[in-house]
Design a protein around this ligand. Structure first.
Ligand code: NAP
Length: 257
């Protein structure tokens, strides 16, 4: 029987992933910060704070074939004038970037006689305008760079380990709605359109699981053209990107009139 370890098991995507792999006959180790979580979407609960190197190493004790580092957080509160709050910054950076990176490094050290796939869940929102949640975007950009920069080194050092990345777009659920806390009415309408048209967790899981069973290093939702423009600018004209962000903040945030 194959074993998958899934972090963020209690969430929209995590619970749908758990159900999917159970149906496929896998053992599902569901990881949560909660110690009394119950549900029909995991075989075994692993309570883990997902902060330290020891937390990362303890996921490998299950001898998994697949680890999906899916837990994630977005800003649910902001400070005066929309400035990020330090405690949210710390928590988001840890769960979205540092912990997936630590899991990859812990896997690199394993003596394995079969393949281990470590899949980090990123996001296509990694270049969006500031008013939509820049702390989240920065943490997802960081994990993207880490996986595509350090992943090849790890794979060379330990051929059985594949650090891979999947970048979903909006999924119906509370996390997708969280970026509205800085938006004005215009920005809110743009977000509402995206979230209302977003697919449900199980539909997204079919795509992710299908991709995981293949050999690609990075899987992604089809991105809207507007997302691509931001990323091209970021890469090709960073000063123009910053200027566009300044303009976007004025147009889309509720803190400017
Ligand atoms: N929803 C979207 O629109 C969307 C779009 C693109 C990418 N994604 C990515 O997909 C993944 C899953 O999203 P989702 O919609 O399923 O989110 P979700 O429903 O909010 O679930 C995320 C889970 O992560 C855990 N978590 C949250 N903050 C944490 C922290 N600081 N430390 C450790 N665990 C934490 C929570 O589990 P416990 O409380 O049980 O620990 C929570 O149930 C995330 O990485 C997200 O960034 C989502």
């Amino acid at each position: 029987m194959k074993t998958v370890v899934i972090t963020g098991i209690s969430g929209v995507l995590g619970s749908a992933l758990g159900k999917y792999y159970l149906q496929q006959g896998w053992k599902v180790v569901g990881v949560s910060r909660q110690n009394n979580l119950e549900g029909d979407y995991f075989s075994e609960l692993c309570t883990n704070q997902q902060k330290s190197e020891a937390d990362a190493r303890s996921l490998l004790k299950y001898d998994p074939d697949l680890i999906i580092v899916n837990a994630g957080q977005i800003e649910t509160e902001v400070g005066a004038e929309g400035v990020p709050l330090v405690d949210q910054f710390e928590a988001i950076t840890t769960v979205n970037y540092r912990f997936p990176a630590l899991v990859g490094l812990a896997a690199a050290d394993m003596k394995l006689n079969r393949r281990l796939d470590v899949v980090a869940i990123g996001s296509i929102a990694d270049g969006s305008p500031s008013c939509f949640g820049p702390v989240y975007h920065a943490s997802k950009i960081a994990v993207h760079y880490f996986y595509s920069g350090v992943g090849p080194i790890v794979h060379h050092a330990n051929r059985n380990v594949r650090m891979r990345l999947y970048r979903p777009g909006a999924i119906k659920g509370p996390l997708a709605w969280a970026p509205i806390n800085r938006l004005n009415e215009k920005g809110y309408k743009i977000r509402a359109k995206r979230v209302e048209g977003a697919p449900e967790g199980p539909e997204v899981v079919e795509k992710i699981a299908n991709w995981i069973s293949g050999d690609e290093w990075v899987g992604t939702y089809e991105e809207p053209f507007s997302f691509k423009i931001f990323k091209y600018l970021f890469a090709l004209a960073p000063n123009a990107f910053y200027k566009l962000q300044l303009l976007g903040w004025r147009k889309g945030s509720k803190y400017t009139t």
